[in-house]
Design a protein around this ligand. Structure first.
Ligand code: MLT
Length: 207
């Protein structure tokens, strides 16, 4: 079943999976993407999983995002905190509506950044997260109980948007809060490639 709705606060797509043993995926697109962007990626890395894919509500020009930024890589943290709660509440509502267990977030770039924020601010909402080209979301991160929560961080050694030290700091922050972090640095830029797909697929198989 594919269900496109706007009435839970976020325009989103819900695809009912064929394999109830699989955890659902929460797909979070990058800047300028929409709710359809990561559906193919989700189907590839987690065949048979239910997919919940909202569209970010903030517009930068015509480009949807999940929260405001002041410049590339410089976040409006007040807006980020508010948008993180809003997205977390949407996930809780969608779980009830579609009868889902807690999802694993699969986020790219801006979507990965709000997934990282959700792990730190609303840790109970997600069963885990695959963060593709993510950055540290908060200058002063809240303490969170992420005990044993699986998190995959895939960063690009040549990423012009996310400095290597920033991705390392993110992985460290999540680990210090108890998450089971697997951080890989790929010989890649900000864009995704086949190596990302294989690593996410194999990591999801182990969840
Ligand atoms: C952000 O704003 O979340 C990051 O700069 C990544 C992006 O460009 O979306």
């Amino acid at each position: 079943m594919t269900d496109t709705k706007a009435d839970t606060g976020f325009v989103h797509v819900f695809e009912q999976g064929s394999d109830p043993a699989r955890k659902p995926l929460l797909l979070l697109h990058g800047t300028g993407g929409d709710e359809r962007d990561l559906l193919g990626l989700g189907r590839t890395v987690a065949p048979g999983a239910s997919l919940l894919s909202p569209r970010g509500k903030v517009l930068e020009g015509a480009a949807p995002r999940f929260f405001r930024r002041l410049a590339e890589g410089v976040f409006d943290e007040h807006d980020l905190r508010r948008r993180t709660d809003e997205l977390a509440d949407f996930v809780l509502e969608a779980r009830e509506r579609y009868g889902l267990p807690a999802p694993i977030a699969l986020g790219f770039s801006n979507g990965a950044n709000i997934a990282a924020a959700m792990l730190l601010q609303r840790p109970d909402v997600l069963a885990g997260a695959a963060l593709l080209r993510a950055m540290v979301p908060f200058a002063e991160p809240p303490r969170a109980d992420l005990k044993g929560k699986p998190v995959l961080v895939l960063s690009g050694a040549l990423d012009p948007i996310v400095p290597a030290s920033n991705a390392e700091r993110l992985a460290r922050q999540l680990g210090e809060n108890g998450a089971a972090v697997d951080h890989r640095v790929l010989p890649a830029g900000h864009g995704l490639g086949q190596a990302d797909l294989s690593l996410v697929h194999d990591w999801i198989e182990r969840q």
